[in-house]
Design a protein around this ligand. Structure first.
Ligand SMILES: Nc1ncnc2c1ncn2[C@@H]1O[C@H](COP(=O)(O)OP(=O)(O)OP(=O)(O)O)[C@@H](O)[C@H]1O
Ligand SMILES: [Mg+2]
Length: 279
């Protein structure tokens, strides 16, 4: 699949620069794009050049969002400010404008809060895109489904002719996997979170969290019963387990594709959706 290959190249390039505090050489006259992803478990800032190649990336783990809502406004603003400053030092110019994203179905004030965080951090709020549409931009999906398994939720979006025709967001995410591990090993949530990410323990961990993965697949099956679609892609940090898409595919009885570094798909898509800013 060419579009997956392209997405993987982009994600690999991003993974090489993220949190290095270094920027890629950049031609001033061409313009740049900025995306800010306020997630349940991390806040990510992405800067792309005119060709949508990453020139800067940084993130911080954070617990300022719950169920897609900003629960700690001040802290969110401080983190975005810090990420912006790092970008400006590395790039050598100040960021004027950034796009943000909202979970599908967010309306009114909650939508405004994301724009307010960006503005309080000293940038103009550009486009507010919904998260799955951002992911679809990176994966270049015209027709297909995106399953975004983040910290708090499993979001499913179905696209036909490049437009989302069915979206849902259910409260089962990576946090639930952590809780299952904490319960199984009788350890704290913090310890379980660390253990979950240890690559050496991956097989053992996956066997324990498998019921959570099956629950996520069941949520997806309910949506597919309303509107079947192929191909299906899984993104989001909780999809990191190497067996994740295979288990999903087995449950759904259709192939499920996963790009590399699935946690960076939505943040990069947010930046892609932004207008080009000039210095
Ligand atoms: N190596 C890993 N193995 C397993 N899970 C991981 C790994 N790395 C991150 N995760 C999990 O991924 C989840 C975060 O994913 P992601 O960064 O996509 O979420 P988010 O965008 O912050 O949250 P949301 O989209 O729900 O608001 C967390 O639950 C985290 O524990
Ligand atoms: Mg997310």
């Amino acid at each position: 699949m060419d579009s997956l290959k392209q997405a993987n190249q982009l994600l690999t390039a991003f993974s090489k620069i993220v949190n290095t505090d270094k920027a890629k050489p950049y031609k001033k006259e061409q313009g740049y794009k900025v995306g800010v992803d306020l997630g349940t478990s991390s806040i990510v800032l992405v800067v792309l050049n005119q060709q949508d190649s990453p020139i800067f990336g940084a993130f911080e783990y954070a617990d300022v969002i719950q169920d897609g809502l900003v629960v700690n406004y001040q802290k969110s603003v401080e983190i975005v400010q810090r990420l912006k400053e790092k970008a400006e030092i590395a790039l050598g110019f100040s960021l004027k404008m950034a796009s943000g994203a909202i979970p599908p179905g967010t309306v009114g004030n909650n939508k405004r809060v994301v724009a307010n965080v960006i503005e309080s951090a000293g940038m103009e709020a550009d486009n507010l895109i919904d998260e799955p549409t951002a992911a679809a931009l990176v994966l270049n999906i015209h027709k297909g489904g995106v399953i975004d398994v983040g910290g708090g939720t499993t979001g499913i979006s179905i696209f036909e002719e490049g437009m989302p025709v069915l979206v849902s967001d259910e409260p089962t995410g990576g946090t639930h996997m952590t809780l299952v591990l904490a319960g199984y090993y009788k350890i704290s949530i913090e310890e379980a979170e660390l253990r979950k990410r240890e690559s050496k323990k991956e097989q053992e961990n996956f066997a324990i969290v498998k019921p959570v993965v099956q629950r996520m697949a069941a949520i997806t099956a309910n949506i597919l019963a309303k509107h079947s679609i192929d191909p299906l892609y899984v993104v989001g940090g909780a999809a990191h387990f190497s067996e994740f898409e295979k288990e999903f595919g087995r449950y759904l009885k259709q192939p499920v594709y996963k790009p590399v570094y699935p946690q960076f798909v939505t943040p990069i898509g947010i930046a892609m959706s932004s207008q080009l800013s000039k210095e």
